[in-house]
Design a protein around this ligand. Structure first.
Ligand code: GTP
Length: 369
């Protein structure tokens, strides 16, 4: 007799709300990885990053999702199609010229079906309780509600103070003396009229233009503050950390292909005896890791090869790239099909461009190659 695991109960449907995900950015800070794929499509803990976010949206009971695309727009539809695999009804709106974040939100206005739209930056990994953000929005009859997250070092961000009722009082630029540790977490609920108030057909920054403009006009902007997991995956270091946090189960996701642990080894990958995998690393499909190699907290895209005795830490190794025997790659990005010769050292922020071949024994740090 076979015993089948019961299907989890479907989420309570979230009523009166669409989702909008902004995925049109060029992802310049993540080059050269984003030369071949847009940032939200980069393999992150075994699936394109966007899968984690879309799964969270589905789990919150939101069914209709509009993706605002521009850079490499076609890649999204090729992979996600109509969204039915994730239980979503997915639509795509392409910008011929990038409209920036606010312009991209305005550009999808005619696809919205419900009174509210939950808007997401497509590169944020977060554990925020989405129904709770929506509840804050409605309880306060807000025009826009912003998820605000408390961070350890708010000097690196513009910050968003709120009053005793949680109402946003200002949008402040980066400063050495921020009056609050609350920062914009890149997830908002917009009342439909607030979307329609954004000027159409030109680039608009939601942070620099839309929010300050709404505040000045007397609109109600509400903050929803929490301390849940939150990471902007915009830089190589953050991308590596986010991926490792997903693999280790520190960042919540229902889309992780496997159980949380120290390493995620995908189909067809070969890891030789004596190799050590740790720190939430991902070994992509068809990868090879040589005997005695050490891979820690890193992402190996599909088909990458790490030679015997090599060390790869906190790094991204692009698809079909090769790290030679005994090489050390630490805090670096190796582009697709690039070759790091045997015994090389790549350290601290080095980015090796796709297809570049670094001869055996070379040492590089803090520059593009
Ligand atoms: P960098 O070039 O490295 O700053 O990355 P980025 O282009 O992704 O910009 P940023 O991280 O500021 O973008 C935040 C979110 O908005 C990301 O999910 C982007 O994909 C998205 N985004 C940025 N600009 C546009 C745009 O012009 N159109 C659309 N549709 N989305 C955008």
């Amino acid at each position: 007799m076979s015993v089948s695991t019961p299907e989890p109960d479907p989420p309570e449907p979230a009523r009166g709300v669409d989702a909008v995900v902004l995925v049109g950015g060029k992802g310049t800070r993540l080059r050269p990885l984003t030369l071949s794929a847009p940032k939200p499509m980069l393999p992150t803990a075994g699936v394109p990053f966007l899968t984690h976010l879309l799964s969270r949206i589905a789990a919150a009971g939101i069914n209709h999702v509009v993706l605002g695309t521009s850079y490499k727009a076609e890649v999204f539809q090729e992979y996600f199609g109509d969204g039915s695999r994730l239980g979503l009804d997915l639509e795509y709106v392409v910008e011929d010229e990038p409209l920036d974040t606010g312009g991209a939100i305005r550009n999808v206005a005619d696809r919205l079906r419900e009174p509210d739209a939950m808007v997401f930056n497509g590169d944020i990994l977060s554990g925020v309780d989405l129904p709770a953000v929506l509840a804050t929005h409605r309880a306060n009859a807000a025009d826009v509600t912003l998820h605000l997250v408390r961070v350890d070092d708010p000097r690196r961000f513009g910050c968003v103070p709120t009053d005793a009722d949680g109402r946003v009082t200002a949008f402040l630029e980066k400063t050495d003396n921020p009056p609050t540790d609350q920062v914009n977490a890149g997830c908002y609920v917009f009342r439909r009229e607030a979307v329609e108030s954004i000027p159409a057909g030109r680039p608009v920054s939601v942070e620099r233009e839309t929010f300050p403009g709404l505040l000045a006009s007397g609109a109600r902007l509400q903050g929803h503050v929490d301390s849940s997991y939150w990471l902007d995956l915009g830089t190589p270091a953050a991308f590596v950390r986010g991926s490792a946090d997903l693999v280790r189960g520190i960042a919540p996701s229902a889309a992780l292909p496997g159980d949380p642990g120290e390493a995620l080894v995908l189909e067809g990958a070969r890891v030789r005896e004596g190799a050590e995998l740790a720190g939430g690393c991902t070994i992509g499909a068809g990868c090879q890791v040589g005997a005695g190699a050490r891979v820690r907290g890193s992402v190996l895209f599909d088909g990458a090869v790490v030679g015997a005795g090599a060390v790869v830490e906190d790094s991204v190794i692009g698809a079909h790239a090769l790290v030679g025997d005994g090489a050390v790659v630490r805090g670096a990005v190796v582009g697709d099909k690039a070759v790091v010769g045997a015994g090389c050292e790549l350290l601290d922020g080095v980015r090796l461009w796709p297809g570049v071949h670094l001869p055996d024994g070379a040492i590089r740090f803090s520059s593009d190659v």
